[in-house]
Design a binder for this molecule. Structure first.
Ligand SMILES: NC(=O)c1ccc[n+]([C@@H]2O[C@H](COP(=O)([O-])OP(=O)(O)OC[C@H]3O[C@@H](n4cnc5c(N)ncnc54)[C@H](OP(=O)(O)O)[C@@H]3O)[C@@H](O)[C@H]2O)c1
Length: 273
């Protein structure tokens, strides 16, 4: 596993997403087992949010990290409608309860909402001072949002980024790289959808005797300052994802992927799911 520095802490470049976990009680056992397997394989960064299954995903994470909290770098997110002076500490406390821990390593604003950014930042800083969170960051922030935020203390920007959604390469990614702001790529394997069926992607994968999903992760991770947080419940997916950190793509592979998935030629509004 390779590591990247987030606010002075080394975290693995591949973490584990948790969206859609905690929605179905009968799947809880396999979800907890998947996260535990991922931790064992070095994917110790876990990304969750109060939004996922309305707290259900945080409960799954809480169970998975029970007894091994110190091994894990925990990321959670606050709803924009809770991102006020009073709302943030209350939301954080609820998340901590569900996660069964006394601190979140990285706490993100899930997307921009109605509260002024200064108010949200002030509330984040108070939580940091109180030791409830290690660092704070944002999600779904485009270049103009980051400019308005203008906060060197922001530790990451989590955005949609995969082979099919390359819009950030035009401006947001270079801006983040210049500012040494790590980019956390969500939906890194296109939610396991049609992207993985692309013929060129399959060819590149076959050349390396790996899977299209592994190529799509390696393609993201070849870049400076990029972290990927695939979500996987099936144990074979968890294993394949962990192995992808070691895959090196060659210039010919990158050319082929550029042909199949066009890089942006102009500014595109930041896409979200
Ligand atoms: N900040 C935001 O606004 C935001 C938005 C979306 C997502 N996120 C975060 O980013 C994480 C990742 O995004 P995502 O869950 O939407 O999509 P994703 O990680 O791109 O795709 C997840 C899907 O791909 C499948 N999969 C996983 N590994 C695979 C592999 N090696 N080969 C083939 N299929 C594989 C999974 O199946 P199984 O589960 O069956 O294994 C699941 O159906 C989320 O879970 C969440 O934590 C953040």
């Amino acid at each position: 596993m390779r590591f990247i520095d987030i606010g002075g802490i080394d975290v693995p470049v591949i973490g584990q997403g948790t969206w859609k976990m905690g929605e179905d009680r009968s799947r809880r056992h396999e979800e907890v087992a998947a996260l535990r397997l991922g931790i064992d394989l070095g994917m110790t960064l876990i990304d969750t949010a109060e939004m996922y299954a309305e707290g259900g995903a945080e409960q799954v994470v809480g169970e998975a990290i029970s007894g091994q909290r110190d091994k894990v770098y925990l990321v959670s997110k606050v709803y924009p409608h809770n991102a006020s002076r009073e709302g943030i500490p209350a939301a954080c406390e609820r998340s901590l309860q569900r996660l069964g821990t006394d601190h979140i390593d990285l706490y993100l604003l899930h997307w921009r909402g109605q509260y002024p950014l200064e108010e949200t930042v002030e509330a984040f800083e108070r939580l940091r001072y109180a030791g409830k969170i290690g660092r704070w960051g944002v999600s779904n922030f485009d270049v103009d949002d980051l400019q308005e935020l203008n906060a060197p203390a922001c530790a990451t920007n989590q955005v949609l980024y995969n082979l099919e959604a390359r819009g950030i390469e035009f401006d947001l990614l270079p801006v983040c790289q210049q500012q040494r702001l790590p980019v956390m790529a969500y939906c890194p394997i296109g939610q396991g959808g049609k992207m993985l069926g692309n013929a060129m992607l399959k060819q590149v994968a076959a050349r390396h005797a790996v899977t299209p999903a592994q190529v799509s992760l390696a393609w993201l991770l070849r870049q400076k300052g990029v972290i990927a947080i695939p979500k996987a419940v099936r144990p074979e997916h968890v294993r394949l994802n962990a192995q992808a950190a070691g895959l090196q793509l060659e210039p010919g592979d990158l050319e082929a992927l550029d042909q199949a998935f066009q890089a942006p030629q102009r500014k595109q509004r930041l896409a979200m799911v």
